[in-house]
Design a binder for this molecule. Sequence first.
Ligand SMILES: [Zn+2]
Length: 216
Amino acid sequence: MKKDRTTKSSKSQPSKSRPSLDFSDLINRRKKIGAGGNRFSIEDVAKIRVLPFEHDGKLQVFAIEQTHFNPSPDVKAITCLGPDRNCPLCDLYAEGVESCKPSVRCLCNIVDMDDPKQAVQLYQAPPSVMGPMADVLIDVDEHPDMMDPKKGKPFIVKKTGSGKNTRYTVQVSGKPASYDPKLLESVTDLQAVADRPKDVVAINELADRIRANSTF
Ligand SMILES: [Zn+2]
């Protein structure tokens, strides 16, 4: 497993203005999720703005959460310890146990621009949606105002197919669509959500059991 996380940077000076986006962290996260799969489904088409949240004094766009689905016949799902946390099931997957493959979700705060009552919602985006959105957010030369509540443009996410054949396309709308900047006060710190305590004992026991039963 890659362990290239640049951990929590040194404390930033307290300041009254809103902190700026942590681009190096966004770029690192973008690299980690790769091209991604397509497990998550949304409506046929959605027009969304992505709202940044603050974590450790910096603005972030999304947090990575992983789940192991059906790692063994008797376990439907167990939350992964995380991509940077020496998860024993991720180790098993790295050793070739296919059933232990982690499924990646990118947690982000969004506003559905087609919903007249604008409200912040949690979107568990698959990497195939978050990846292209992050690419746009990183490209500040081409898309300078994407995080601006008033001037930013929404993403148009289209879904086709179903099940394993689900595909998403992500485009940037040609026109800005604004949301009330007050909504930024009701976003969730999704990194704190992703970092919530996991059941380390249970996951280690499960991993030991799978290892004991594996044939190699
Ligand atoms: Zn894991």
